[in-house]
Every structure is written in structure tokens, then in C-alpha cells.
Design a protein around this ligand. Structure first.
Ligand code: ATP
Length: 489
């Protein structure tokens, strides 16, 4: 392969353009960006500086093709004009004179662009047409699918038709055919996919199939956690992560309840937050706002919920948790193919290090037990639960721990509302009114007859349950290899 820069002279109408790829960016000066796109019939062009200088990062280059012998088409996913947080598909079309030279240049650039990730991946795509406010079909057709196509990727598409459809598909899928499963939905469909994969007889292989999340629900916790507050709702940004991302190992919480076991990747909630999650369906038309509106109402009502809580603490001091968060972010990221997950250790099933809910607690494991009324108890594995809700800011994709957030019974209306405001930025964890712990496992036994328990937004029986985090049981496509920063430096 020739060395950088890879240079190609092309034409844009009567103007000569030098395409210069230096290994970091593709740079060129266009004379009239809008005209070039109009003539090619491509999507409207994005930002162009006064001079027409364009600099497109390696990660933003999706594909380069030669069409009709004389046309070089470069597909990119770049920031929208005037909107630095939101990306969109932008296609550049240049004329070429020497097809062989252009073809060699395109091959050299693409080999570098895709040196770490597979090109032209094949995806299983699930779209929930009823997720969130019912926009997932439009999101797929108008924004996501054109990007998949532009990148030269292929897909099998299914619109989910009923509850548990995604789980059925994940259970029966011929996983050898696909590079990843992508859902255009909220977290509920992903929860089903994960549980479907984990229930397969070949779960030890199936759980390795990476997942991708395109925000199409009302919460979209995974998408916000991967992309952060500013980008989490932007479809093209999420798609770029799916087309160009690598498999990041992500822990799963194994939940035992009665004789059942299932898996949770977002959160398990009891009390106020469960009521908000499951009791606010009538506010679905509000989109993201339904959680905030409902939570404020609950805080003002000062309802408390009795239970027995047991946990094995790893760290209970929020300042230490904060320091550890920052030092962890300075460490290099680890990808799924560089690490072993808990299922790889010569066993095909989950091993409960701390027993199941039906087992007596073993004192030697370091359990602490308390019994009280609480406003809410929420175990989480993702920093964001929705836009403007950073409930578990110290959550890490693969630290093997569950973050436990506890609001006590006497939080009070004013402090309660202050804490709720703090949740917008994750600052609530520093409030003296709340407790935030990293735990290896926890067990919760409700002491009322009826109420809500929510697992990743799914209704779960109001019965005792136990949760344990298992390292790297799934993988999620990510460009950064870690969640977006959710705690200050
Ligand atoms: N066609 C369908 N009709 C009814 N329910 C469906 C259909 N397809 C999927 N579902 C169910 O919808 C539930 C929620 O889906 P999804 O996660 O997409 O949206 P959401 O609940 O709005 O978003 P979030 O989980 O982010 O709050 C899932 O439990 C899934 O089983």
C-alpha cells in the first residue's frame, strides 16, 4: 500500500479538486458544494465553509464507490449544517478521468477506514412501530436505512408485531448469518433480544453477537449512555456507531425471582421510580417528559415503600466512587475480542457467585441487611435512563458491579425535588439525602402485598428478587468503547 497522503485529482464540474486523505481526515476544497450535490441528485449537502474547505474524519467516511465509470461517490455521516451535535448522511459526487487510478485510491482509503472493523456488515434489524411515540418506522426509513445502504451494508428487517416478538426472533435467529442485531426501538425490545439470546441452548455462542441501538422508544437508555445527552436522541449518530463501532463488552445483571431467571441491562427499580416507569403509560404521548412529570408528582406525594434490602458492598463512599470513575476513564478501553466474559470460563451457564433468591444468604459473602421504608431503590448498569435522567452516573459497562441508588423515606418534598433536579446531570449522587453504592449483588424483599417492580421498564411480579452483575455477557457496538462521560472530572 502506498503511504499517506493518498491524493487523487478529481473534477467537480469545470473545477479541479484535490482529494487528500492523510490517515486522519479526508480533505478537499470544493468550489460549489451545493451545485455538485444538486447535479448528482444526492441528499442536500451539509456545512461548507466560505472557502468550501471540507475536512471529513476517518470515522465519518462510510463508503467510496465508482459509479457509471466516471463518477466517484463518497458517502459520509457528518455534522448537520449549524448543528454540531447532530449528524446526517452527506454524499459527494466527483467526476474522474482515470478509473483505475480512482479505484486504487478508493481501495487504499477504504482499507484504512475499515482497518479495525468489518466492512459491509450484515445486520438483523428489528423495528418496533409502536415504541415511544410511534416514530420508529419513519426513523428507520428516512434516516437509518439510507445510511446502512450508503455504507454498503445489508440487513434483514422485521417489524415487531407483538410483545415478545423480538425475544422469539432472538431465540430462533440463525446467528451465523449476522454481524449484529440492531433495534430501532426503546430499551424494552433490547431487553427482549438479550433475554432471547440468553435462553438459547447455544447461549454461550449467541450472547457474543453484538447489539446496536437506534433510538426509537421513549427512554432510549442505551443510546443516551453510549452517545451522551447531546447526541443520544440523534438517529444518524447512533447509526454511525453501529456501522463503524466495535464490540464493547457489557455486563448483564442476572435476576433471580422465585424459580425464574432473567437478565436486565438497564435498571431494576422499586418504589417511586418503578411507579414512574410502569405507572406513567397514560402519559406516553409526552415522550421523554412523561418520566419527569410523573416523578415530580410522586416526590410531592411522599409515598414510601417498605422492604428488606441486602447487599454486598464494593464501595459506599461517593467521593471514592467518583475518583475511581475518573481513573477508570484514563485507562485504555478493552474490546470484547480482547477479554474473557464470565461464560467463557469453561461453563455454558451462569454461575451465581452469591446464590439465588431461593438460597439463604451466606454471611461469609459480606452481606449487609437493612429493613426500612424507602422512597425508591434502583439498581442500574447504565448511566442514563432517558434524556435528562442520569440516574447512575458512575455506571461502567464492564466493572462487574451494580450501581445501587437509594432514596430514604424521609427525603422530604423540597430535598426530593432538588434531588430530582440533580438527576438531570447526575449531581444527585452527591446529595447527603441519597445513598449511592457499588455492590456485587443485592436482594430486595418487598413488604407490602402489591406494587410495582420494573426490570428494564418491564413489569415484574411484586416478589423478592436477587441481582448479580456478570461481566461482559453481551457486547454493544460502540466507537468510543465506553459510555459517554456522566461524571465531572
Ligand atoms: N407491534 C407491537 N405491538 C405491541 N407491543 C409491541 C410491538 N412490538 C414490540 N412491542 C413491545 O413494546 C414494548 C416497548 O417497546 P420499546 O422498547 O420499543 O419502546 P418504549 O417502551 O417506548 O421505550 P423505552 O423502553 O425506551 O421506554 C416491548 O416490551 C415490546 O415487547
Amino acid at each position: 500500500m502506498s503511504s499517506f497522503p493518498f491524493v487523487l485529482i478529481v473534477h467537480e464540474g469545470s473545477h479541479q479538486v484535490e482529494l487528500n486523505y492523510n490517515g486522519q481526515q479526508l480533505e478537499f476544497e470544493t468550489s460549489d458544494v451545493e451545485d455538485s450535490n444538486q447535479s448528482s441528485g444526492c441528499l442536500p449537502c451539509g456545512p461548507s465553509t466560505a472557502s468550501g474547505f471540507r475536512s471529513i474524519k476517518t470515522i465519518e467516511i462510510l463508503n467510496i464507490k465508482i459509479e457509471q465509470e466516471f463518477s466517484l461517490v463518497i458517502s459520509t455521516c457528518v455534522s448537520k449544517k449549524g448543528l454540531k451535535h447532530e449528524a446526517e448522511l452527506e454524499i459527494f459526487d466527483f467526476q474522474i478521468k482515470d478509473q483505475a487510478l480512482a479505484s486504487q485510491w478508493a481501495t487504499n482509503v477504504l482499507n484504512h477506514v475499515y482497518k479495525d472493523v468489518k466492512r459491509a456488515r450484515h445486520y438483523k434489524v428489528l423495528v418496533n412501530p409502536f415504541g415511544g411515540q410511534g416514530h420508529a418506522k419513519r426513523i428507520w426509513e428516512n434516516t437509518a436505512e439510507p445510511l446502512f445502504r450508503a455504507a454498503g451494508c445489508t440487513y434483514d428487517l422485521t417489524y415487531t408485531t407483538h410483545r415478545f416478538h423480538a425475544k422469539e426472533i432472538a431465540k430462533d435467529l440463525d446467528i451465523r448469518k449476522y454481524d449484529a442485531i440492531v433495534s430501532v426501538s426503546g430499551d424494552g425490545v433490547l431487553h427482549e433480544v438479550i433475554n432471547g439470546l440468553m435462553e438459547r441452548p447455544d447461549a454461550v455462542v449467541a450472547h457474543k453477537l453484538p447489539l446496536g441501538a437506534i433510538p426509537g422508544g421513549s427512554g432510549n437508555a442505551l443510546s443516551f449512555s453510549l452517545l451522551g445527552e447531546d447526541h443520544g436522541s440523534h438517529v444518524a449518530n447512533a447509526v454511525l456507531g453501529i456501522l463503524k463501532g466495535k464490540a464493547m463488552p457489557v455486563d448483564l445483571c442476572s435476576v433471580t425471582q422465585g424459580q425464574n431467571r432473567f437478565f436486565s441491562f438497564v435498571l431494576q427499580s422499586f418504589g417511586l421510580i418503578a411507579d414512574v416507569d410502569l405507572g406513567s403509560e397514560h402519559l406516553r404521548w409526552m415522550g421523554d417528559a412523561r418520566f419527569t412529570v410523573s416523578a415530580v408528582g410522586k416526590v410531592l406525594s411522599q409515598t414510601t415503600y417498605p422492604c428488606e434490602l441486602s447487599y454486598i458492598p464494593e464501595e459506599a463512599n461517593i467521593d471514592k466512587i467518583h475518583r475511581e470513575y475518573n481513573s477508570h476513564r484514563r485507562e485504555p478501553v478493552v474490546w470484547a475480542d480482547q477479554t474473557h466474559d464470565e461464560m467463557d470460563q469453561n461453563h455454558a451457564t451462569i454461575v451465581d457467585r452469591f446464590g439465588r433468591i431461593t438460597d439463604p444468604i451466606k454471611e461469609t459473602d459480606g452481606w449487609i441487611t437493612e429493613q426500612d421504608h424507602y422512597a425508591t431503590i434502583v439498581g442500574g448498569k447504565l448511566p442514563w435512563i432517558s434524556k435528562g435522567s442520569v440516574s447512575h452516573p458512575a455506571a461502567q459497562p464492564n466493572d462487574g458491579l451494580v450501581d445501587l441508588l437509594i432514596f430514604p423515606k424521609d427525603i422530604g418534598r423540597v430535598a426530593g425535588l432538588q434531588v430530582m433536579i440533580g438527576v438531570e446531570t447526575g449531581e444527585h449522587v452527591f446529595s447527603e439525602k441519597v445513598r449511592y453504592l457499588k455492590v456485587k449483588a443485592y436482594r430486595l424483599t418487598p413488604q407490602r402485598q402489591a406494587g410495582y417492580i420494573s426490570m428494564d421498564g418491564e413489569h415484574t411480579p411484586y416478589e423478592p428478587f436477587q441481582v448479580e452483575a456478570h461481566r461482559g455477557l453481551i457486547s454493544v457496538l460502540s466507537i468510543e468503547g465506553r459510555y459517554a462521560r456522566s461524571m465531572k472530572e
